[in-house]
Write a protein that binds this ligand. Structure first.
Ligand SMILES: *Cc1c(COP(=O)(O)O)cnc(C)c1O
Length: 465
């Protein structure tokens, strides 16, 4: 067989892809008919595909390429580390400098007494670790019945058995017999879709108090932890009303429930602070990290654990848990270099002082578009809700996601990656995006919305449910 390269015709690459590559979260038969888009190169916020299009990546890959594509320092670091020590494990009383240095750096950056890192290869793995860790912790404290973990409907915590169970994606639960036992769910703080006639503030309180009701229903002595994303990502960039997080914090404190903040998206600058927990004013016992930890250049994730939980687990003997690639030296070295650049280049200041304010004004202006209801932006993660009737916050009569998918296809056609979640459109561009690139993002988004509006009007889809 001849080598498969970027120089092959797109159709040939697509045929081979369809023949041999099973894609995640994809209708394989539908993709095979259409052919996948082949991405060949990345530089800054720009991707190139096999047809030579220059695409603005409004999603930073999957919310991860926070420093943008093509950073020479990260490539150099990986090559250097591979030559020096390509792999060694951290089991059986051994360690190595990249794992040590990265853990110390993360402990320095993380708020409060979140000073201990357990490494994983991804966000899903880290959440699987969290399930075992919090149960083991309560057992070590003489409360072995505190095992149930409460998550939220439409939350996302990964795709493994554990991660998908903690998450509240019904389409995922329908496949493979999920959730696993010992996981419960409460409602999400999505005022736009579910708030009805309530004010956002009242609705936020009501959704937080579902946590209290669930704890009382299950019994305080059976609940180990509550897990949530500071801002829901895959659920559609859902920003809780301001009343929500203080009440959640009060409830976790009152009933002695561990709070796990899943910071896989919100960690490392996405919200304009190092961590989304700082933006939302919460004090978690454990944080899940991945994605932006390495800007997606290499796979790495982990759990950042507070002093008390770490000390209790340490006192309980061996924690019989770990991954071959926990603290992989190449991944750890690249992540450390990524954090160095984030810090020394002032990338988080750039998000807070430049990119967010500039994008916020232009993003908010999209709410004037006839197809757009609310526009939300926290740091550099944003969403717009598409609606046939803003005043009523109405849903479309068509199946949820029909219009969103049409809008995403217009974005693709206009060389902009913007994702849809149902009928919400979401963005999370690289944190290094510059104002003139934000202008391109907004111009392409607006053009795509105009085209979507015209098309769905012509097709009779502009109707409320
Ligand atoms: C992406 C994501 C995960 C899963 O991370 P993987 O690296 O894909 O396993 C977990 N939690 C949140 C909030 C995520 O966005």
């Amino acid at each position: 067989m001849t080598a498969i390269t970027n120089h092959m015709p797109t159709a040939e690459l697509q045929a081979l892809d369809a023949a041999h590559h099973l894609h995640p979260f994809t209708d394989t038969a539908a993709l095979a008919r259409k052919g996948a888009r082949v991405i060949t190169q990345g530089e800054g916020v720009w991707l190139t595909d096999s047809e030579g299009h220059r695409i603005l990546d409004g999603m930073a890959g999957l919310w991860c390429v926070n420093l943008g594509y093509g950073r020479e320092e990260l490539a150099e670091t990986a090559a250097r580390q591979m030559r020096e020590l390509c792999y060694y494990n951290t089991f059986f009383q051994t360690t190595h400098v990249p794992a040590i240095a990265l853990a110390a750096k993360i402990a320095e950056l993380a708020p409060g007494d979140l000073n201990h890192v357990f490494y994983a290869g991804s966000g899903s793995e880290a959440n699987d670790t969290n399930i075992r860790l919090v149960r083991h912790y309560w057992a070590a404290r003489g409360k072995p019945d505190k095992t149930v973990i409460i998550g939220r409907r439409n939350g996302y915590h990964g795709s493994t058995m554990g991660g998908a169970s903690l998450g509240g994606m019904s389409a995922m639960h329908r496949q493979g017999g999920l959730p696993i036992p010992g996981i419960a769910h409460i409602g999400q703080p999505d005022w736009w879709s579910e708030g009805g006639e309530m004010t956002p503030g009242d609705f936020g309180l009501m959704r937080a108090r579902e946590l209290e009701a669930k704890i009382l229903e299950l019994g305080e002595d059976r609940v180990a932890a509550f897990i949530a994303e500071p801002v829901q990502g895959a659920g559609g960039v859902i920003v809780a009303p301001e009343t929500y997080w203080p009440e959640v914090q009060r409830i976790c404190d009152k009933y002695e429930i561990l709070l796990i903040a899943d910071e896989v998206i919100t960690g490392f600058g996405r919200t304009g602070n190092w961590f989304g927990s700082q933006t939302m004013g919460i004090r978690p016992h454990i944080m899940t990290i991945a994605k932006g930890l390495s800007s997606g250049y290499v796979p790495i994730g982990g759990s950042i654990v507070c002093d008390e939980v770490a000390a209790t687990v340490a006192a309980a003997g061996e924690f019989a848990h770990g991954y071959t690639y926990s603290g992989h030296p190449v991944a750890a070295a690249v992540a450390l270099e990524n954090l160095r650049i984030l810090q020394e280049d002032g990338v988080i200041d750039h998000v807070r002082d430049v990119a967010h304010p500039y994008l916020a004004e232009r993003w908010q202006a999209l709410a004037d578009h006839p197809l757009v209801g609310e526009a939300k932006l926290v740091g550099l993660m944003g969403s717009i809700a598409l609606t046939p009737d803003k005043a009523k916050r109405a849903r479309f009569a068509s199946e949820a996601g029909t219009v969103g998918l049409r809008a995403r296809e217009r974005c693709f056609a206009n060389d902009l990656v913007m994702r849809h979640v149902g009928d919400r459109m979401i963005i999370a561009p690289p944190l290094v995006i510059r104002p003139e690139e934000i202008d391109v993002l907004i111009d392409r988004a607006r053009k795509s919305l105009d085209e979507t509006y015209a098309a769905i009007k012509a097709d009779g889809l502009l109707r409320a449910a």
